[in-house]
Write a protein that binds this ligand. Structure first.
Ligand SMILES: Nc1nc2c(ncn2[C@@H]2O[C@H](COP(=O)(O)OP(=O)(O)O)[C@@H](O)[C@H]2O)c(=O)[nH]1
Ligand SMILES: [Mg+2]
Length: 411
């Protein structure tokens, strides 16, 4: 019998046990800088990677970056940089358990770096999958994550086998041949097809549920992770929704019926987006994102206080395009106005000057977005009434457009 190389070995995922990062593991973060990126940008990206690592339970001890046209085929980084990292690891006063790369690496790149440094290596997709696996609580989310994990592993099988072979210890005297790898591939492909079938069932259940909601207008909160979607959901629907200062606190879609001025509509909160989201994850989360795809109005929430919020807006728009959910009425919700004010304005600034600066900021975005935006603080409940009015008007307009002869939903 062929041994399915399970990934406990040297830290690879064992799907059923998931969780690859152990609590408080000390991590080195590594980023490759492409030509067009500024130093500031790469710091922001690594800040995000650090936040992801922290969410997964690891602790950042050091960052390394390298400016390179493109990654090295074999080792991702250049030899010199690897050596520099090795020297850091070997120092007596440092403690390192793992390396986390901000990009997706190939199986053999991971293997080669692990060999060179004798430390576990995770790439960005690994890390995100790890977080998703830990956060998946419903059967549907678990199935979706598991599918994404298998699909991520499939092209990397050979690297993992080679891994076992080179490590030697106990797994068999000779390395696996094509047949063994082929057998494992078949096992994984079978698993993938079972999971896909399972997801189709969830899809059907979701479709039925959505059909039962009839003609209610559907509003969906979308946005980058940690921008305040769930907090806004809570403010608008006055119900307890889980919000947390962590990435991907929400993995499932929550839908609530909300009624303002006798106008009912459905409001949904769902998983957030992030840059370089593993493609398979987007694929397998399609049904969770159906609510977004089928929404009538999108509320695109933006964390105004984040230094790269415009970047994040582009990532969200790109993902929406990928989901075929781009072509809908959108209101941009610039959230965390309170935090923005704290960060952007000096304390001693005259209130009038502050007000003027804010006015200009708002005016310029209103102009750019054709008026379809609002600046709020969900936490401080600033401008919530105005936000509601804008939303309500959009909802009512849609009812009028869709059911011109019906008067029940609006005045
Ligand atoms: N300062 C500030 N923090 C906010 C605001 N809205 C949300 N947050 C915080 O941002 C974090 C992420 O919020 P959450 O609603 O979970 O974001 P989600 O990932 O988009 O659903 C939480 O710690 C919230 O308390 C706001 O208007 N101002
Ligand atoms: Mg959330």
């Amino acid at each position: 019998m062929v041994l399915f190389p399970n990934f406990e070995y040297k830290g690879y995922h064992l799907i059923d046990k998931n969780k690859k990062i152990k609590k408080s593991e000390k991590a080195i973060l590594v980023g490759l800088i492409q030509q067009h990126q500024t130093d500031e940008q790469i710091e922001e990206y690594l800040d995000e990677l650090a936040f992801l690592a922290e969410t997964a339970g690891a602790i950042e001890v050091k960052r390394f970056t390298q400016r390179r046209e493109r990654p090295d085929g074999r080792t991702f980084l250049g030899k010199g940089k690897l050596q520099e990292i090795k020297q850091y690891i070997d120092r007596a006063d440092t403690e390192v358990d793992i390396l986390i790369f901000d990009d997706e690496l190939t199986g053999s790149q991971i293997l080669n770096i692990e060999e060179a440094l004798d430390k576990h290596v995770l790439d960005r997709s690994d890390l995100i999958l790890d977080i998703f696996a830990a956060r998946a609580t419903t059967a549907q989310a678990r199935t979706q994550v598991e599918l994404a994990q298998y699909q991520y592993i499939l092209p990397r099988l050979r690297g993992m086998w080679t891994h076992l072979e080179r490590q030697g210890g106990g797994i068999g005297t000779r390395g696996p041949g094509e047949t063994e790898i082929e057998t494992d591939r078949r096992i994984i492909r079978d698993k993938v097809s079972v999971l896909k079938k399972k997801l189709i069932k969830f899809d059907k259940q979701g479709q039925t549920q959505r059909k039962e909601r009839g003609e209610l207008i559907r509003v969906s909160l979308v946005g980058y992770t940690n921008v305040g979607k769930s907090t806004i959901m809570r403010v608008l629907s006055k119900e307890e929704v889980f919000a947390e200062n962590k990435l991907f606190a929400t993995l499932d879609t929550t839908t609530r019926k909300v009624v303002y001025e006798r106008t009912p509509f459905l409001l949904s909160d769902t998983v957030g987006f992030i840059r370089k989201l593993p493609h398979h994850l987007v694929e397998s989360f399609k049904s969770t994102l159906d609510e977004t795809r089928e929404a009538d109005i999108l509320l695109h929430v933006v964390d105004l206080s984040h230094p790269t919020f415009e970047d994040q807006m582009n990532v969200v728009n790109g993902t929406l395009k990928e989901l075929n959910a781009f072509d809908k009425p959108v209101i941009i919700i610039f959230n965390k106005l309170d935090l923005y004010e704290k960060k952007a304005f000096d304390e001693w600034l005259e209130p009038e000057v502050k007000e003027q600066l804010l006015k200009e900021l708002i005016a310029s975005w209103k102009k750019r977005l054709d008026g379809n935006c609002i600046f709020i603080s969900a936490q401080e409940k600033t401008n919530i009434a105005e936000f509601r009015d804008i939303l309500l008007k959009k909802v009512k307009d849609l009812y009028r457009e869709r059911y011109p002869y019906k008067t029940v939903f609006y005045e």
